[in-house]
Ligand binder design. Structure first.
Ligand code: ASP
Length: 321
């Protein structure tokens, strides 16, 4: 009886201690450089979260090592709800790619909900002579050994897509890693690298304005709007090629439950925000509305993605120390 009473008092004081959360600005760590697709969704989301969370939100870009540096930082941050991580599919691909990952994907984070899903496009420097996918394949054939492929480091979405692309084609290319596809895009437009695979949230306007060439999309269905003219890789002969990127929100393990609940409730409100949806959907992102906006299903989904991509990556024979 006494014990139950003490437990109730303890639970009440933990809840009460966090009743006023948030009392200061929050930081969302983006594990890639500013100006790229993950930065874009984080800034859009921060805008939509500000009101329901009633807090100022600061974005901190911690790029490098395919997103693992930023994820490591958040896994070791104080579990007080003031440091969050917005990360993508790299949460699920990094365990297979890094032998010495400094965190355990499923054990060291609290899962807060999935945010969006984003298709990718195969894009090239504007000076590349190929004008469609068939010509691009011919160009690859006659330039073997000289081709540069940009990505955002081992474990990034652009890396995953490029890895599967190269192993399906059975052509080795030189990969050029950046801290994010924001800076990679600058070099692609400038002609320093030949091509890359990147999310529509970062490529749509560059394609529309002719700053880069676009050859294909990575989903099994064609996209809408101006990108509808691009063939899927599957219809271009790569059977089963299907890469869609997703983003989710995380907190360090052991963040108090009342705080997690407040963030999840605010996240659900933000995902319904009309401006947020409009901005994301205009660039080809699909906002998550199903059960994966809940922590348990988000975690289950990431676990399934680890099991899906691990064997694919291992078969391609890639890993880092
Ligand atoms: N999401 C990365 C970025 O924002 C790009 C990638 O993963 O390929 O730069």
């Amino acid at each position: 009886m006494k014990k139950t009473l003490l437990a109730c008092v303890a639970a009440f004081s933990v809840g009460a201690a966090w009743a006023d959360y948030p009392e200061k600005p929050l930081t969302i760590v983006v594990p890639f450089a500013a100006g790229g697709p993950t930065d874009k969704v984080a800034r859009d989301l921060a805008e939509a979260l500000r009101k329901p969370l009633n807090a100022t939100i600061v974005i901190e870009n911690v790029g490098g090592a395919g997103g693992t540096l930023g994820a490591t930082k958040v896994s070791k941050a104080s579990p007080d709800g003031y440091t969050l991580l917005l990360h993508h599919i790299g949460m699920a691909t990094s365990p297979a790619l890094y032998r010495n990952l400094q965190y355990k994907t499923l054990d060291d984070f609290e899962y807060l909900g999935l945010i969006n899903e984003v298709p990718m496009t195969l894009i090239a420097r504007p000076s590349l002579p190929a004008n469609n996918y068939a010509e691009f394949l011919k160009w690859i054939e006659s330039n073997k050994g000289k081709i540069n492929l940009a990505n955002a480091g081992l474990g990034s979405a652009s890396h995953l897509c490029g890895l599967i692309y190269q192993s399906t084609l059975k052509v080795d290319m030189t990969t050029v890693p950046y801290k994010g596809t924001g800076p990679a895009m600058t070099d692609l437009i400038g002609g320093q690298v030949d091509f890359m695979c990147d999310q529509t949230t970062n490529t749509t306007s560059q394609i529309d304005t002719g700053k880069v060439k676009a050859y294909a999309v990575t989903t099994t269905k064609r996209l809408g709007g101006n990108l509808a003219k691009l063939p899927t890789l599957e219809e271009s002969g790569m059977k089963g090629f299907n890469v869609t990127i997703w983003h989710g929100l995380y907190a360090p393990k052991n963040t108090p439950k009342p705080v997690l609940e407040k963030i999840n409730t605010a996240l659900k409100t933000a995902l319904k925000d009309a401006d947020f949806r409009k901005r994301e959907e205009a660039l080809g992102a699909v906002i998550v509305t199903d059960g994966r906006v809940n922590p348990a299903e988000h975690k289950k989904f990431v676990e399934a993605e680890i099991n899906k991509w691990g064997p694919v990556i291992k078969a391609a024979g890639q890993y880092a120390e």
